[in-house]
Write a protein that binds this ligand. Structure first.
Ligand code: PHE
Ligand code: ZN
Length: 871
C-alpha cells in the first residue's frame, strides 16, 4: 500500500482568501550550488472576508528549506507558526504587515521541472499550477493577485541574460563578476504567472505597433545554435497580435513581450505575463529540421500563449476547477486564428479527429471528468483534452448559438467586467447571457456533466404532403460519480440534400429536450440529411445512412467537413465489417464502390490537395479502438492493414499520378497550399510503398535524399523504415542519425519513427533505444518520443498478448515517478483504459496497475490515476 494518504480537494469547499497580497518583492541569488530567495509580501486582510482572525495560510513544498521568516522585521521562531504537509499557518497576525521569507532551493536537483530548475545550464521556472510554492511560501492560489517586483543576481559571464515579468527597471554590477537586474510588472497577477530566466541566450528582436500606437519590443530567446529557427515564431506572434486586435479588440499591454525556448519542459508552453516559456518543440522552426505539422504547432502555440494575455492573465481563474475558463476559451481562440491563417475545413477536421479519438476515450475512461471538474487530488492531472479541447468546443457552441456579433459583445463585456479579477466559468456564461438576453442555464450542463452525449436521429418523409420530419434523441452514458445525465442544450447544424446533391435546406437547429422533432415542409423528394455540420457539437451521431447516401454526401455535400465525415463514416463501416470477417475467419474484401469513390477524389484536380489527403486517410487504429464495443487490437490492425494494401494496389497508377502532380519541385514554403500538396504527396507515397514494389522504394529513397525539407525527408524515412525493406530502412535510419545527431528536436523524431515501427520486434527496438546516447530519461520530449511513440502510436505491439508492453510501461512509470511525477502520470494513460480490452489483456493491464498501487511512496499524480483506474 502507498504509505501516503492523498487528499481530495472539492470545488464545493471553495473559500475566498482571508489574506491578500498587494505587492510581492522577490530577490533571487542564483548560484551554482543553491539559490537563495528573499520574498517580501505586503499582506492585508481581505475586506470581503468578515472573520479577521483567520490564520495566514501560506503554501510551501515540504522539501523546501525555510531559512528565515519575519513579520514587520520580527523574526518568527518555529513555535510561532505551524508547518505541515505543504502548508504553513501563522495565527494572530495584524491587519496589515510585511512578511519576509527566505528560502534556499536546489534548482540543479529539481528533476520534476516544477518551480525553479535548470534546463541545459540555464535557470528557468514553471509555476502553473502549483509550482510557485516550490520557490517561496506564498498564498499560491490563482485568486490572490499581486504586483511583482523581481531582482535577479547571478554570475555575469555564465548568465548574461536575466529576465522576469514586466519591464526591466534597474540593473548593476555587484563585483566579483556578478550582476543584477530588477524587473517590475505593473499588472497584478496570481503567482502561477510568475517567471524568471537566467542564462547565456541569443535573441531575435523585432517590434510591433499596436492599434492604438503602443510600441512593443518582441524578443525571442534561444540557445545560440538555434537562432536561425526563430523567424516563424516571430511572424506567428505578430500575426496573432494583429488578429486579436481585429477579431477580439484586444491589445497588448506591456512594452516588452518575451518568449524563451527551453529544452526541458513538461508541457508545450506557458503564458507567464510578458515572459512566455516554451518547450523548444513549440517555438523552433526551420524547413530543414521541422515538419509541416511542427510549423503549424509553432503557429498555434505561439498564438495560444499570446491570447492568454487577456484570456487567462488580465482575467484569470478563481480556482483550478475553473481551468477551462482560460484554457477552453484560449484553445477556441487559437483554433479560429489557425483556421483564418490556413484552411478552415482542414483545421476543423484535425480538431474533430483529436476530439473523437482521444477526448472521447478520456470521457469513456476512469479519469472522465466534466469540463469544470468537481474534485481532484493533483491538479496537474486535469490539464486534459476534456478541459482544453472539449472546453473549446463548449465555447464554440456558445459562438454558434449566439452568432459571431453577439459572441463578440459577450467577450467584450466579460473582459470589461472582470479585468483584473479571478473569476469562474459561470461569470463567462453570464456575460454571454447579458448581451444576448438568453437563458443559458441549461447550456451550463456542458460544464458540469462528464461523458460524450449521443444523438440518435431517425426521419420520415411523406411524399404526398412533402413533409420531412427529423426525430432527434439525446442521451449521455454514466461517468464516474454521475449516474444520470440531464439533456444538453446544443446547436445541431445541418442541411438537406436532394438525391442529385442540390441543397434544399441549410440551417442550425437547437436541441434542448431529450427527444425532439423538427418538421420541414415543401420538400419535393426524400432528402438526405447532412447532420452535425462542422462538428457543431462534441457528440456522437447515430443515423442509419445507407452506403449510397454516404457516397452522395462525400461527392456533393456543400459543407466540406461533412463531405469528409461521410467518407470517414463509410470507411469505418467497411473496416468494422472486415474486422468481423477477420474474427470469423472469412476472407476480407475491399469493395469496388470504395475504390471508385477514392479514384474520383484522387483524380479530381479541382479539389484542394489537403482535403483530398484528409479524405483518403483511413481512420486511425486509435479511433477504431475508441469506436469498438470491446477493443480487438489484432482485428483492428489486420482490417486496416488489409484495406490499405487493397487500396494501394487497386489505385497504384492514381497514387503515382497524384504523387507527381503534387511534386512540383518548388522550393519549400510553409503556407497552407504547399503543406496540403506535401501531405497528399506523402500519403500517395505511403500507399505506393504498401505495394511492396522496388521502384517505389527507389522513389522514396530519392525523395529522402533530394528533399530540401524535413516534412518530405521524414515522411520518406518513416515509410522506408516501417516497410518490409529492412536493410534500406536501417541504412536510412543510420544516415539520418549521422546527419541530425546534433539537433535535439530532430532526434526526437528519429526516436519516434522507430518507436512506432509496426514491424515485428518493436519492443526489443525501443528497449535498445532507451540506452542509446541520444535518449535522455530526464528530458520529457525524449520520453514522449520513445514511450508514447511505442505505447500510443504502436498499439499492436504495445498490446502484445504476453503483456510485455504493459510491463515495460509500468517499469518506466515507477522509475519516472520518483523523478518527474507529472510526466509519469501522463505516460500512464494507455494502461488506464484496461476495461475496454478482452479479458486476457484487461487482466494483464490491471495487474500492472495493481503492481504500481502496491508500491510505497507513489506521487499524488500517479496515485490518483492508478487508484481511479482500479476502481
Ligand atoms: N497553461 C499552459 C497553456 O495551456 C499549459 C501549462 C500548464 C504549461 C501547466 C505548464 C504547466 O498554455
Ligand atoms: Zn493554455
Amino acid at each position: 500500500m502507498s504509505s501516503k494518504q492523498h487528499e481530495t480537494i472539492y470545488l464545493e469547499d471553495y473559500q475566498p482568501p482571508a489574506w491578500l497580497i498587494s505587492h510581492t518583492e522577490l530577490r533571487f541569488e542564483l548560484e551554482e550550488e543553491h539559490t537563495l530567495v528573499r520574498a517580501q509580501l505586503s499582506v492585508r486582510a481581505n475586506p470581503a472576508v468578515a472573520d479577521k482572525r483567520m490564520p495566514l495560510e501560506l503554501f510551501g513544498d515540504e522539501a523546501m528549506e525555510l531559512c528565515r521568516l519575519s513579520i514587520d522585521g520580527q523574526i518568527l521562531e518555529t513555535c510561532d507558526y505551524q508547518r505541515d504537509a505543504g502548508c504553513l499557518r501563522i495565527q494572530n497576525v495584524p491587519e496589515h504587515f510585511t512578511l519576509e521569507c527566505v528560502t534556499r532551493l536546489l534548482p540543479h536537483e529539481n528533476t520534476a521541472l516544477e518551480g525553479l530548475y535548470k534546463s541545459d545550464g540555464m535557470f528557468c521556472t514553471q509555476c502553473e499550477a502549483e509550482g510557485f510554492r516550490r520557490i517561496t511560501f506564498f498564498p499560491d492560489r490563482p485568486d490572490v493577485m499581486s504586483v511583482f517586483r523581481t531582482t535577479l543576481v547571478a554570475d555575469k559571464a555564465r548568465y548574461p541574460v536575466l529576465l522576469s515579468n514586466g519591464n526591466p527597471v534597474d540593473n548593476g554590477e555587484d563585483g566579483e563578476g556578478r550582476h543584477w537586474v530588477t524587473w517590475d510588472d505593473p499588472w497584478p497577477k496570481p503567482s502561477y504567472l510568475f517567471a524568471l530566466v537566467a542564462g547565456d541566450l541569443a535573441l531575435l528582436e523585432d517590434n510591433y505597433t499596436t492599434l492604438s500606437g503602443r510600441e512593443v519590443a518582441l524578443r525571442i530567446y534561444a540557445e545560440r545554435k538555434d537562432l536561425d529557427k526563430l523567424d516563424y515564431a516571430m511572424q506567428s506572434l505578430k500575426n496573432a497580435m494583429r488578429w486579436d486586435e481585429g477579431v477580439y479588440g484586444r491589445e497588448y499591454d506591456l512594452d516588452i513581450y518575451m518568449i524563451v525556448a527551453v529544452d526541458f519542459f513538461n508541457m508545450g508552453a506557458m503564458e507567464n505575463k510578458g515572459l512566455n516559456i516554451f518547450n523548444t518543440s513549440c517555438v523552433l522552426a526551420h524547413p530543414k529540421t521541422t515538419t509541416d505539422l511542427g510549423f503549424q504547432r509553432v503557429e498555434g502555440v505561439v498564438a495560444h500563449e499570446y491570447f492568454h494575455n487577456w484570456s487567462g492573465n488580465r482575467v484569470t481563474c478563481r480556482d483550478w476547477f475553473q481551468l477551462s475558463l482560460k484554457e477552453g476559451f484560449t484553445v477556441f481562440r487559437d483554433a479560429e486564428f489557425s483556421a483564418d491563417m490556413n484552411s478552415r475545413t482542414v483545421k476543423r477536421i484535425e480538431d474533430a479527429t483529436l476530439l473523437r479519438t482521444a477526448q472521447f476515450a478520456e470521457d469513456g475512461g476512469p479519469m472522465a471528468h466534466p469540463v469544470r471538474p468537481e474534485s481532484y487530488m493533483e491538479i496537474s492531472n486535469f490539464y486534459t483534452l476534456t478541459v482544453y479541447e472539449k472546453g473549446a468546443e463548449v465555447v464554440r457552441m456558445l459562438h454558434t448559438l449566439l452568432g459571431s456579433e453577439l459572441f463578440r459583445k459577450g467577450s467584450d463585456l466579460y473582459f470589461e467586467r472582470h479585468d483584473g479579477q479571478a473569476v469562474t466559468t459561470d461569470d463567462f456564461v453570464a456575460a454571454m447571457e447579458a448581451v444576448s438576453g438568453r437563458d443559458l442555464s441549461q447550456f451550463k450542463r456542458w460544464y458540469s456533466q462528464a461523458g460524450t452525449p449521443l444523438l440518435t436521429v431517425s426521419d420520415q418523409y411523406d411524399e404526398h404532403t412533402g413533409e420531412y420530419c427529423l426525430n432527434v434523441r439525446q442521451s449521455c452514458p454514466p461517468s464516474p460519480g454521475q449516474e444520470h445525465k440531464q439533456p444538453y442544450h446544443m446547436p445541431l447544424a445541418m442541411g438537406l440534400l436532394a438525391e442529385d446533391g442540390a441543397e434544399l435546406y441549410a440551417g442550425c437547429l437547437e436541441l434542448t429536450g431529450e427527444e425532439q422533432q423538427f418538421r420541414f415542409t415543401d420538400i419535393a423528394s426524400r432528402p438526405v440529411p447532412s447532420l452535425l455540420r462542422g462538428f457543431s457539437a462534441p457528440v456522437k451521431l447515430d443515423y442509419q445512412y445507407s452506403d449510397a447516401q454516404l457516397l452522395m454526401l462525400l461527392r456533393h455535400d456543400t459543407d466540406g467537413f461533412n463531405r469528409w465525415d461521410a467518407g470517414q463514416r463509410f470507411c469505418i463501416r467497411l473496416l468494422q465489417e472486415q474486422m468481423r470477417r477477420y474474427r470469423a475467419g472469412e476472407p476480407m474484401q475491399c469493395p469496388d464502390v470504395l475504390i471508385s469513390a477514392w479514384r474520383e477524389l484522387l483524380t479530381d484536380a479541382s479539389l484542394e490537395p489537403a482535403m483530398v489527403a484528409q479524405c483518403l486517410e483511413l481512420p486511425s487504429e486509435a479511433q477504431l479502438s475508441e469506436l469498438a464495443e470491446q477493443i480487438d487490437v489484432t482485428a483492428i490492425h489486420a482490417a486496416r492493414e488489409f484495406m490499405r494494401a487493397a487500396l494501394a494496389t487497386a489505385l497504384e497508377q492514381e497514387w503515382l499520378q497524384a504523387y507527381q502532380r503534387c511534386d512540383t519541385g518548388a522550393a519549400y514554403a510553409a503556407d497552407a497550399a504547399s503543406m496540403g500538396r506535401r501531405s497528399l504527396k506523402n500519403l500517395a507515397l505511403s500507399y505506393l510503398m504498401l505495394t511492396g514494389c522496388e521502384p517505389w522504394l527507389e522513389l522514396a529513397r530519392q525523395q529522402y535524399e533530394q528533399s530540401d525539407n524535413m516534412t518530405d525527408q521524414l515522411a520518406a524515412l518513416s515509410l522506408v523504415a516501417h516497410s518490409g525493406f529492412r536493410e534500406t530502412g536501417a541504412e536510412l535510419l543510420q544516415a539520418f542519425y549521422q546527419q541530425w545527431q546534433h539537433e535535439a528536436l530532430v532526434m526526437n523524431q528519429w526516436l519516434s519513427v522507430q518507436a512506432s515501427d509496426p514491424t515485428p520486434g518493436a519492443l526489443a527496438r525501443v528497449q535498445a533505444l532507451s540506452t542509446h546516447p541520444v535518449f535522455d530519461a530526464r528530458n520529457p520530449n525524449k520520453l514522449r518520443a520513445l514511450i508514447a511513440g511505442f505505447c500510443a502510436r504502436n498499439l499492436f505491439h504495445f498490446h502484445a498478448e504476453d503483456g510485455s508492453g504493459y510491463e515495460w510501461l509500468a517499469d518506466w512509470i515507477l522509475q519516472l515517478d520518483r523523478r518527474n511525477p507529472q510526466i509519469a502520470a501522463r505516460l500512464l494513460t494507455p494502461l488506464t483504459r484496461w476495461k475496454r480490452y478482452d479479458t486476457e489483456r484487461a487482466a494483464l493491464m490491471q495487474a500492472q496497475l495493481q503492481r504500481m498501487m502496491d508500491t510505497a511512496e507513489l506521487s499524488a499524480d500517479v496515485y490518483e490515476v492508478v487508484s481511479k483506474s482500479l476502481m
